[in-house]
Design a binder for this molecule. Structure first.
Ligand SMILES: *Cc1c(COP(=O)(O)O)cnc(C)c1O
Length: 406
């Protein structure tokens, strides 16, 4: 939680509109302190005209930066051409996007289009239930403590954070959680009633925690031995962010199911659940559906995003930029360590991360407090060297300011 006093001071500093407090939006989010009206690349512009360096990309969503001209053009062209028909009919871009994603995942799979990360994971969970009953009455899904898989009832249940579960009991049945990155715990948990293991290759919301290569490889082996599906949730880590097209590829494994969303539309809502053709065959027509899934506007955006990502070689850019951030921050006063992969980084600090995040916001830089002691950086994969260096200096200065004022 951000200290309400810091929030109040910041609201005053930026001249936030008090009317924002009274708008009829449900109170599921902390009161906003800034209203953004436009952006370009790594920069956002607030209603008061102030510019902010965005090192978060709306939580790893705008991986190509704000208002990317080619994405904007693709969306605008499509809006003038065709916005929607039902999934009873084919449209132009969905098959192209599906084929592109399948190629990035090594081929031999199929895609279900959804509208968000949670819905992509929901598709995976339903696929696990359909996969399960055939051989042996399997239904259980094993996921990791500290994981995050979404906020619908089923994806919340898969999420390994008991505090988030408590207000919503009773939750759906058939989920268990094991310690993350612990091979023995996983080995013991995959009993004959387990249909699938669901893991993040790097836990994002859980504090930017990369799994070891050995763990992911052991997960693959354990699932193979017991006939369970290995499902990797790449909603935050996928599409170049972690230095590979998908973060699990770092471990050289091939999952049965991969979910993705955040970066796929560069801000236009779209999610996808990819599964090997063998796993996908568990679904029959009528088993799963969504009105907007794969519709022309979202897939026009995704098609442009994937073309640009490939042309710009974003996985490589994420590696190089991530190394530059890490080199700049490591050893600076107040910085204990930097972890993560590519451009999904957590900076472990000597001072409270929420104070640094609030101080940075007041100084025109956007990050978030991913744990009480670490801030998360997930900037545009097209961030420039100058922007990285400005971000590094801003973080170091902020840590010093917060240390001095406490
Ligand atoms: C953000 C996230 C989700 C949920 O995505 P929404 O679009 O918010 O539903 C699921 N899994 C992971 C790993 C995420 O980071």
């Amino acid at each position: 939680m951000i200290d309400p006093e810091i929030v109040a001071a910041h609201r005053q500093a930026v001249g936030a509109d008090p009317a924002l407090d009274r708008c009829p939006i449900m109170g599921t989010y902390a009161p906003p302190t800034v209203m953004f009206v436009s952006g370009a690349g790594s920069w956002l512009v607030a209603a008061d005209g102030r510019r902010y360096l965005d090192l978060l990309s709306g939580l790893a969503v705008t991986s190509l930066g704000h208002a990317h001209p080619e994405v904007a053009e693709a969306v605008s062209r499509q809006a003038h051409r065709l916005l929607h028909v039902s999934n009873l009919y084919a449209t132009e871009h969905a098959p192209v996007v599906a084929a592109h994603l399948d190629r990035l995942l090594g081929g031999g799979g199929q895609v279900f289009f959804a509208n968000s990360g949670a819905e992509s994971v929901e598709c995976a969970l339903k696929l696990a239930r359909r996969w399960g009953p055939a051989p042996a009455g399997r239904f259980r899904v094993v996921s990791a403590m500290g994981s995050f898989h979404g906020r619908t009832l089923a994806t919340l249940t898969a999420t390994g954070q008991p505090a988030k579960h408590e207000p919503f009991q009773p939750l759906p049945e058939g989920f268990s959680h094991v310690a993350y990155d612990d091979i023995e715990a996983l080995d013991a948990a995959v009993t004959p009633d387990v249909a699938a293991v669901l893991l993040e290759a790097v836990q994002g919301e859980g504090g930017v925690q990369p799994a070891s290569v050995e763990y992911l490889q052991a997960a693959r082996r354990i699932c193979d031995e017991r006939g369970a599906l290995l499902m990797i949730d790449e909603v935050q880590t996928g599409l170049g962010r972690c230095g590979d097209w998908f973060a699990h590829q770092h471990a050289g494994i091939r999952p049965d199911v991969v979910t993705m969303a955040k970066a796929l539309g560069n801000g236009v809502p779209i999610g996808a659940c990819w599964a090997t053709s063998t796993a996908a065959a568990a679904f029959s027509p009528g088993d799963h559906a969504t009105t907007y899934g794969g519709q022309p506007l979202a897939t026009a955006a995704a098609r442009a995003v994937l073309e640009i990502m490939e042309r710009e070689d974003v996985p490589k850019r994420a590696q190089v930029a991530g190394d530059r951030f890490t080199a700049g921050l490591l050893g600076a006063p107040g910085v204990r360590s930097v972890r993560g992969r590519g451009l999904l980084l957590a900076v472990e600090l000597d001072v409270p991360s929420s104070a640094v995040a609030a101080d940075l916001l007041a100084h025109g830089v956007i990050v978030n407090a991913v744990t009480p002691s670490a801030i998360r950086l997930a900037p545009s994969l097209l961030i420039t060297e100058d922007e990285i260096d400005a971000g590094v200096s801003a973080v170091i200065e902020s840590v010093q300011r917060v240390a001095q004022s406490s």
